[in-house]
Design a protein around this ligand. Structure first.
Ligand code: COA
Length: 375
């Protein structure tokens, strides 16, 4: 038995959703064969979600119809709003999200139907409702009235509208839209793998998404974004970044927002897009977080050749947009829900139970001693 700790480089299934490859020392990320840089430049989140779910780019009329369907599905049932009201206000929004998904499952009469058509309907409903769950909970916990979805607004701008109660600027809406596109899928990352493991047992889609949301929250995965802003706050001014990084690495501690299982010694293509966006936002809004981020990036490279990952400049963007720290991971989830559901459907369509082996390293063949005889 060869043990691959952390399943590193293990090919666990076939997929035609995301291509993550290193070619000629450069990282490639494609959704359904379309390069992430092209999608970032020309697309919107709804178009990317459609692409991930159906495998093809939509025509203009297909995209309009898809957007309308999502708009019709945005509102939450009163029971879910009741749940959000009754959860303790200190509950982390990611815990709220996974609890709400589980509750939504209990309200779906067809929860156990896994046909392609049923799965697509569930996927659309979850994509549409994720922003509403996050925005409603934030307003409830801060004692503000709910701002209901606005059918005039697209996915990203509607989220910001529900969160803040006023329409965002074009720049703010585009930032978030782009952020959702860049987070929409990433092959077999830990949360998507968790979703696929659950799907491989033929568990219902809500159960798979609960597994994924729970996994995303860990600081080695999506949870890193929140840790990045906590680090920026600790550093406070750019000139303190180098010393901070040096000391942290000396103590053999991890720098959050750096390193990647697949993009080793090569820049994550999403980071390139996010850094450009963060820079633009810094020029047009406020450069405080971007200046600290750049100083940390330089020091991390200087002392350990570490490169920033997707969470690093996302954190900078969210903070510059004034988004509360604990909404960083839910915002990742709002983008990633399209990829998770596409992967669950792909797993259902061509399923084999995901069940690896472990190399047993514990004691063997021990003699059982009755409890009365143990010293
Ligand atoms: N800070 C400091 N050192 C890091 C590091 C980080 N963020 N990421 C990797 N390294 C170092 C390790 O210490 C190790 O160095 P060594 O060979 O001197 O011991 C080397 O890089 C390889 O690390 P390894 O743990 O084998 O990489 P991995 O593939 O298991 O880890 C991550 C991948 C993402 C878990 C890891 O990079 C990490 O913990 N990053 C911080 C959390 C984060 O940002 N997560 C979001 C990922 S998108």
């Amino acid at each position: 038995m060869i043990v691959k700790e952390g399943l590193e480089d293990v090919i666990a299934c076939r997929s035609s959703i995301s291509r993550v490859e290193i070619e000629d020392g450069k990282a490639i990320l494609e959704y359904r064969g379309y390069n992430i840089h092209d999608l970032a430049k020309h697309s919107c989140y709804e178009e990317v979600a459609y692409l991930l779910l159906f495998g093809e780019l939509p025509t203009k009329s297909e995209l309009e119809a898809f957007k309308e369907e999502l708009k019709d599905l945005r509102e939450l049932p009163p029971q879910i709003i009741g749940l959000l009201t009754h959860l303790p206000p200190f509950t982390h929004p990611m815990v709220v999200l996974r609890t709400a998904v589980s509750y939504l499952g209990s309200m779906d009469k067809y929860i156990h139907y896994r046909s392609y058509e049923h799965s697509i309907e569930k996927a659309k409903s979850l994509i549409a409702k994720f922003p509403t769950i996050v925005a409603y909970y934030h307003r409830i916990r801060t004692g503000q009235n709910l701002v209901h979805p606005n059918d005039e607004l697209d996915h990203a701008e509607n989220f910001l509208y529900m969160l803040y109660g006023e329409e965002p600027s074009e720049l703010e809406a585009r930032c978030l839209d782009l952020d959702f596109i860049l987070h929409a899928d990433h092959e077999l990352n830990a949360s998507t793998f968790a979703a696929r493991v659950a799907a491989s047992t033929l568990a219902d889609m809500y159960a798979c998404i609960v597994a994924a949301t729970g996994t995303l929250m860990g600081p080695l995965h999506g949870g890193a974004a929140q840790k990045v802003i906590e680090m920026f706050r600790e550093i406070a001014v750019p000139w303190r970044a180098e010393e901070y990084v040096k000391e942290k690495l000396k103590r053999k501690e991890r720098l959050m927002g750096f390193g990647h299982r697949v993009y080793k010694n090569v820049m994550d293509p999403r980071t390139i897009e996010l850094k450009a966006l963060a820079k633009m936002l810094a020029e047009q809004k406020d450069s405080k977080w971007f200046e600290i981020a750049e100083a940390v990036e330089q020091a991390a490279y200087k002392y350990k050749k570490l490169l920033p990952n997707v969470d690093f400049y996302s954190a900078c963007i969210y903070a510059t947009l004034g988004i509360p720290d604990d909404l960083f991971i839910p915002i990742f989830a709002i983008g990633r829900i399209a990829g998770w559901t596409a992967h669950i459907i792909e797993q259902y369509e061509n399923n084999r139970l995901l069940r690896p082996r472990a190399l047993y390293v514990g004691p063997k063949n021990r003699k059982y001693i009755p409890i009365e005889e143990r010293g």
